[in-house]
Structures are given as structure tokens and as C-alpha cells.
Design a protein around this ligand. Sequence first.
Ligand SMILES: [Zn+2]
Length: 73
Amino acid sequence: MQQPTTITYTTPTCLYCGRHGQVQLTETEHYALHTEPYIQKALPNRTPGEREQIKTGIHPECFDALFGPNPFA
Ligand SMILES: [Zn+2]
């Protein structure tokens, strides 16, 4: 059985640690990310922490360090 193609998506520079991150997206997710204005709709199966990192670059652990535990996680 064929595995779905995944794309390594480089996230923006994290405000907290200053590093990029990488998230594996499926082709469908990658396409949705570029066509759907609302990330919640583009990536409905991702955790809020993952969506935050993809959108703003802030890693889930860095988000916690900055703002405390994510109330939406
Ligand atoms: Zn970080």
C-alpha cells in the first residue's frame, strides 16, 4: 500500500528560541494551508499547538514558556 506523500514544511522563526521548526504535512494539508484562509479549517486534525507553530513558528513548548499552558490545547 502506498504511503501518503508528506511534505516537510519549515515553520517561521520562533519568537522565543529564535529557531525554525519543521512539521510533516500531507499533500492535502499543504494544499489546504495555501488555499484555506483559516488554519483551523485547513488543518482540522492537528493540535492547537501544531497549528500555532505552523502559523506563527512558536513551538508548543516555547508557547508554554511564553504564555503558560495553552488554554486551547
Ligand atoms: Zn521555539
